[in-house]
Design a protein around this ligand. Structure first.
Ligand SMILES: NC(=O)c1ccc[n+]([C@@H]2O[C@H](COP(=O)([O-])OP(=O)(O)OC[C@H]3O[C@@H](n4cnc5c(N)ncnc54)[C@H](OP(=O)(O)O)[C@@H]3O)[C@@H](O)[C@H]2O)c1
Length: 345
């Protein structure tokens, strides 16, 4: 059984006929289920990657320089025996590297043992101060203990470096992660901003960007569906991708009575329902596991759920956070800036 894909790169054509690449110029499709690798230990992640690539029918890995395990992921890819062209690999630019994007990518490529990525994301819309991103601390801190942020850094300067990677062929598609609409506006091409925000003025002398991000990877699950943001992004051609679909180790979504009820009705596991709900909406979803049986069931069960979930089930799950009063975020690092998200904190 192979996992369905959705198109990643495309074009936005404005009403005045101007065209903008979304993601990049190549045709790229992304498999709807990928293996998450955050917090997967070095001793387990290689086997997890190998299991995902060889036993699930999916060949999509969600990695990040900041996870500190890309070399182990690379060993898993090698052990799988898969040809590079059969694997879809995402990685992310960590916050200490915003001023040296190509160097960050090169380090990631070397660790993963590949010469290109399918998708490269800005991990967070925040540049941290660092003189030595490779060997310095992952999260530089001020003496007060607060994260050391470059508050004046222009994200457009990060984004133009990401655009250059597409031109060089080292990355097939570029995107973002943890961007609210407020931060998405900080990197969109000027013509797109002017067309989509007719009531606002934008200075002519801002750094010019050309490509619209293909993906915004966000915390998305039944308790944090971010319906308004997902809809707004689609108006720019930016696709949502779901991280922490199972609640990131917190049992509450897996044990939610509505989720459990729907799972029982269809003979599924709660995790199948949670992943199936997202992929039924064509949202690429990234469950993490280092447990071989779960790695397999999280793909096979979710594909089963995608077929079995009814419109009424999806509607009930859509309403859990809002009308159901169960809104909850699990991933809220202590950034000393307002990220512009609803329901943060
Ligand atoms: N862009 C970002 O800032 C960002 C932030 C967070 C996450 N992510 C990405 O998204 C991925 C997934 O998010 P996440 O790791 O936060 O959490 P998650 O996938 O929602 O949950 C992972 C947890 O669920 C357990 N689990 C897996 N399958 C299960 C099943 N079938 N039944 C019950 N429990 C199950 C895992 O345990 P075992 O491993 O022990 O099986 C682990 O404890 C990450 O790994 C990462 O790749 C990105």
């Amino acid at each position: 059984m192979s996992v369905p894909t959705v198109p990643l790169n495309s074009k936005l054509v404005l009403e005045n006929g101007k065209e903008f690449l979304i993601g990049g110029h190549q045709k790229v499709d992304i498999p709807l289920i990928g293996l998450g690798t955050w917090k997967s230990g070095p001793d387990t992640v290689s086997k997890a990657v190998e299991t995902h690539l060889t036993q699930t029918g999916s060949t999509h890995l969600d990695c990040a320089w900041g996870y500190g395990n890309e070399a182990d992921v690379g060993r898993g890819i090698k052990a799988s025996g898969k040809d590079r062209s059969e694997v879809f690999i995402t990685s992310k630019l960590w916050g200490t590297w915003h001023k040296k994007v190509e160097a960050a990518l090169d380090d990631t490529l070397a660790q993963l043992g590949t010469d290109y990525l399918d998708l490269y994301l800005i991990h967070w819309p925040i540049a941290m101060n660092s003189t030595d991103p490779k060997n310095g601390p992952l999260i530089p801190l001020l003496s007060s203990g607060v994260r050391d942020i470059d508050h004046d850094w222009d994200l457009r300067r990060t984004w133009t470096q990401m655009e250059a990677l597409v031109a060089s062929g080292k990355v097939r598609s570029i995107g973002i992660s943890n961007f609210s609409e407020k931060n998405l506006k900080k990197i969109l091409p000027l013509d797109v901003l002017r067309a989509r925000y007719p009531g606002e003025t934008f200075p002519d002398d801002i750094v010019e960007t050309k490509i619209i991000p293909s993906i915004n990877q966000l915390e998305l699950h039944v308790y944090n569906p971010q319906h308004a943001l997902v809809k707004r992004m689609s108006e720019f051609g930016v696709r949502a991708e779901a991280y922490s679909p199972l609640g990131s180790g917190d049992q509450s979504v897996l044990e939610d009575e509505v989720v459990v009820e729907i799972a029982k009705k269809h003979g599924l596991a709660p995790a199948d329902v949670l992943i199936g709900y997202l992929i039924k909406k064509s949202i690429p979803t990234l469950p993490k596991s280092v447990t071989p049986s779960r790695i397999v069931s999280n793909v096979k069960g979710a594909l089963d759920a995608r077929e079995k979930l009814t419109d009424a089930d999806v509607e009930a799950l859509d309403k859990l956070a809002g009308e159901g009063g169960k809104q909850k975020r699990f991933i809220m690092p202590p950034w000393p800036v307002d990220l512009g998200f609803e329901n943060w904190g």
